[in-house]
Design a protein around this ligand. Structure first.
Ligand code: SAH
Ligand code: SF4
Length: 420
């Protein structure tokens, strides 16, 4: 049985009042105390400058603080014993270490965890938006699937997130906060223990990989994603190597070169079709950046090599894109690109217009791809019983009123914006 834990803090309050309480705290956070999670090292040093730390000490103090935030997972300034008491008191008064608030934590039969997280409201008295983060444990590794936006402006027809109309970019702090919170809940800090250890990998590190495959299109929020992943990969903190962080994009061609050059992450591209007429329907951004243009951007992706291949994701939709002829065409299209092909069995959601391909058909497809020399793992669906699998994520925040939607921060103009 999957379990659905509503944390005590939330359960203790009647639902309507819970939302109001969260908003009040969100407003207080936003106005009174500066969030430190998500600041770059330089920004952290500046924040210390604002608290009166002399320039000569700022780097050293920022480094100490960094170790507490990202090496030890401190949630409280009082724990930071190597920082002088008066500075701790000043930090306490002026700064905030809050993670996103957990609304529910669900643990699947297979150990997969899904958290529904509540973020501060954008306007006083407004309702707080929600996002989802998923942790997928395996015997010797653990992958955290994080969100980069609330909802998604793109409208891929097989994706549940794509049916959610409400969208805003997450801040760098909200992106990193998902990693911190997951590490809190699975006991992935030095000396910590998980409250519920079911299904967790053995070994020192429980989160070994990060995939930007939750809600949203990460290349529409690139600056915040890059800052957050610089923090995640910092060797004196979370220390997750960029070789183990994968950014998945639906193919925002004008951003791909910058993403490769500036972030240096592994790239996954959601291809899903080998013909433009079909991809136009499945991944509508294809009308703007068709397959040939997308594959050119892949060929030119900075750092591409046999050791750093691009993963092409291909969702298996029964009778839509799963024929053997399409498998052959896929192989032909990818010729010359160092690539892996990831076949994803379609994960259904209520009202979804597609069915998952039959298992035999997925195997026939995989065989063509394998024979052409590509590793083509079929991604085993995980956490289906708690709707945590790819493309099933969709928070309750879409239920916000129109006025609340308008109050959400607009997307920056230079990111391409909505196409829906
Ligand atoms: N927006 C980005 C990243 C988030 S989606 C992108 O589209 O790449 C992460 C992956 O899940 C994508 O490959 C997406 O196509 C896939 N996906 C979405 N809905 C799915 C579903 N219902 N079943 C299986 N995979 C799905
Ligand atoms: Fe957005 Fe990716 Fe879903 Fe498409 S598949 S709607 S780009 S999250």
């Amino acid at each position: 049985m999957a379990t659905n834990i509503t944390l005590d803090r939330i359960a203790a309050e009647p639902a309507d009042h819970a939302a109001a309480g969260v908003d009040a705290r969100g407003d207080e956070r936003a106005s009174a105390r500066r969030p430190l999670i998500g600041l770059s090292r330089a920004e952290l040093a500046d924040a210390l400058g604002d608290l009166g730390i002399p320039p000569a000490q700022r780097r050293m103090r920022a480094s100490q603080l960094w170790g507490w935030l990202y090496g030890r997972g401190a949630t409280d300034f009082a724990a930071m014993t190597n920082i002088a008491k008066d500075l701790r008191a000043r930090l306490e008064g002026a700064c905030d270490l809050a993670r996103p608030e957990i609304v529910t934590e669900q643990v699947s039969n297979d150990g997969t965890r899904k958290w529904l997280l509540r973020l501060p409201a954008s306007e006083p008295g407004g309702r707080a938006p929600e996002i989802e983060t998923v942790y997928i444990p395996e015997a010797d590794r653990g992958t955290l699937c994080i969100s980069s936006q609330i909802g998604c402006t793109l409208t891929c027809t097989f994706c549940h997130t794509g049916t959610q109309r409400l969208v805003r970019n997450l801040t760098a702090g909200e992106i990193v906060g998902q990693i911190l919170l997951a590490r809190d809940r699975i006991g992935d800090w030095p000396g910590a223990e998980a409250p519920d250890p079911r299904g967790l990998p053995v070994g020192d590190r429980k989160i070994t990989n990060i995939v930007l495959m939750g809600m949203g299109e990460p290349l529409y929020n690139f600056d915040n994603v890059r800052t957050a992943m610089d923090i995640a990969s910092d060797g004196e903190g979370l220390s997750i190597s960029k070789r183990r962080i994968t950014l998945s994009t639906s193919g925002i061609v004008p951003m791909m070169e910058r993403a490769g050059a500036e972030a240096g992450l592994m790239l996954a591209v959601s291809l899903h079709a080998v013909r433009d007429d079909l991809r136009d329907v499945l991944v509508p951004i294809n009308r703007k950046y068709p397959i040939a243009t997308l594959l050119d951007a892949c060929r030119n992706y900075p750092g591409l090599s046999n050791a750093r291949r691009i993963t092409f994701e291909y969702v298996m939709l029964k009778g839509v894109n799963d024929s053997v002829a399409e498998a052959r065409e896929l192989v032909r299209l990818l010729a010359g690109i160092p690539a892996k092909i990831n076949l994803i069995p379609f994960n259904p959601w209520p009202g979804s217009p597609y069915e998952c391909s039959d298992w035999e058909q997925i195997e026939r497809f995989a065989e063509v791809v394998n024979r052409a020399g590509y590793a083509s793992p079929i991604r085993t669906p995980r956490g289906r019983d708690i709707m945590a699998a790819c493309g099933q994520l969709k928070s309750a925040s879409e239920k916000l009123r129109a006025s609340e939607r308008r109050a959400m921060a607009p997307l920056p103009a230079n990111t391409g914006g909505a196409v829906s």
